[in-house]
Design a protein around this ligand. Sequence first.
Ligand SMILES: [Zn+2]
Ligand SMILES: [Zn+2]
Length: 320
Amino acid sequence: MNYNPLEGKRLFYLIIDQLAGHWVEGVEIEGMPPPNVKSYHELRLIPNFSYLISKGIWVRKPWNMGVCNTAFGMKYLSTGSYDSRREVGFFEYVRLKYNVKVAAFTTTPWTMKGYFYVPDPDNKGKGIMISLPPYHPDKSILLDYVLPFLIAHHDWSFIHVYFPLNDKLVNIPAFSPKEEDPFKSKHAYLLYLDKLLGKIVRFLKLLKYWDETLLVIVSDHAYHLACEACRKLGVSNPNWVCDHVKPYDCRLWNFKEDRPLEKYSKCVRRITMIFSGGLIPHELRGSVIEEAEIIDVIPTIASLLGIDYKSEGKNLLNLL
Ligand SMILES: [Zn+2]
Ligand SMILES: [Zn+2]
């Protein structure tokens, strides 16, 4: 029998669109840091993210150093390379090389080849792609598609889940103090995402997958806020979430005096990167890596699972 490095191991790979992982020091909006994972973790506002950080390997300041739009970010996150011509993604590679059950729950068009395409050449149901309309609600992807799959298929090896909706939440305030609706501010949506993350952890534990699972949470890019890119879009107020357009190397903006500051904000480059789940070796739980790049996600996953896969990024375990 062929040696299969994935025996007894699973990957749950979650990409949350536009989730800022950190922010430039010293920026405050309404007395709060701009909504981002690092600051909210430190303020104890997102307990489920914090739980995964405490049990896993957390990169405090990961960056997208390529193009900060969804198509490019997804390419880097599916291949581990900045080279946009790569035609075979990591999921397709694993599906064919190890003949394991691989499923992708995403939206149009990320089941394309070179992204999260998972073939099923023998029609044995081992390659599963669910491609929903753009901006299909995150909660529905999780509860209507992923959860029933987890219950029905105990033999899965790889699952990719994409949460698109946060990418739609631009041209809204970062904070809107009394607003409860998660879709009305970036702040409220980050708290909502934390609750969805809690559900994922609970499902994996209840269904007894947790100990075997590497749970990875990453993002493709972040959003502009309180910077020169927002001002160029005509915004005159720092509490306003802007799209992730160029320039990606934006400077902070002084809105009172209507001028740029020397300091760079680089808002949209500030992504999220957490490797967690029961599969993380005990000695690595609670580890912190200071900086990394978006292309390092796939080689680090490959290393944690014992898979040989060539890409441009580096294996972050070598930094620990
Ligand atoms: Zn995006
Ligand atoms: Zn910016």
